[in-house]
Design a protein around this ligand. Sequence first.
Ligand code: AMP
Ligand code: MG
Length: 406
Amino acid sequence: MTTVEAAENLIHQHTISLGNELVDLDQCTGRILAESITADRDFPPFDRVTMDGIAIRYQHLEQGGTSFRVTGVQAAGSAPLRIEQPDEAIEIMTGAVLPRGADTIIPYEQLIISGDQQKTATLSTSTVKGKNIHRKGSDRKKGTEILKPGAVLDAPEIGVAATVGKSVLTVLKPPSVAIISTGDELVPVEEIPLPHQIRSSNALTLSSSLNEWHIDADRFHILDDLTGTTNKLAELLENYQILIISGGVSKGKFDFVPQALEHLQVKKHFHRIKQRPGKPFWFGSHHSGTLVFAFPGNPVSSFMCFSRYMKPWLNRIFGLPSPAVIAKLAGDISFAPDLTYFAQVKISMEQETLFAYPVEGHGSGDLANLVDADAFMELPSGKQHFLQGESYPVYGYRRSVLSNLS
Ligand code: AMP
Ligand code: MG
């Protein structure tokens, strides 16, 4: 049996290559940029007025003037007007180009404006030369790289891409993934199971988990039959970069997955990990480059294996970090077998300390318990009692609870 660390290392020794694809900007949120984005113009592209008010030449104030003749109005989006004489002012709006000959903006709040035909603007407080102008190129110069390949495209990055005129971006293309559930006892979600049947849930849990990387997995189901399993896996190995199998990898009479994979010459890197849940996990690679993650069928087991092993691996192939998260046990846990125990815990941040409250379920078939918890806490083998106050790594599975939980 493989240890947790050895299994993790073996998985991380394998990779798949991600291609690129073009995606409309409004669909790019959360995607990983695969090109460099540079400023197509200066940021801002002109001396931009930042207040509604008047544009003036400061020289007039230096020479003792306090009032200006308003000789024009310039809105945002208009070509710049010109100030000819020092005592002229142009009414100006936020976002407009600084008029030619002007060097200072005085906001309406600092002005008294009088007159109907010929307006006069008089300063009510003193001002400083150059005020309220966002200078051309002061944020970024034309040609500067603003986003590098590998950037995660969150809302600010989408805004930057929009401003430089990129309506389509080159982003990493998610791998092709097939999720294969196995088992004669399983019926599709939309069917009413007979008393001895259950609905297949793992494939949906796993495909939902993969949405985080924008992976749109195809789902298949195979019955517990060696020939059927072998034939279907043969086909999928040729057509997908990653196969995620649930069930059929234990020691049961009808667990045909390892045999079928062996028959198809998928190289086994490990089978069985010294852990609970998830002991029967099988991992291998095919000469086509396809990787096979075969998780045990119990819903908590397959989800734990995904959260602990596959999630950090996916982050790595996408160039994303998987920060280690350590939490403090908020209650005692005892576990006698000499296995690494992944306890289900609820996470809570209290006075800047991350606490893990044990949420004991009824074993690896108890998928409802996952709803009450937020994470798996990795408790090492070789120890039986884990006490309140001790700290251990946690592997979270919720976006809503500390999104940085790896
Ligand atoms: P197995 O690993 O195939 O022996 O399955 C172990 C347990 O997990 C059995 O109780 C199965 O019914 C259950 N199981 C297997 N696959 C799924 C699935 N796709 N959805 C829900 N439960 C499953
Ligand atoms: Mg089965």
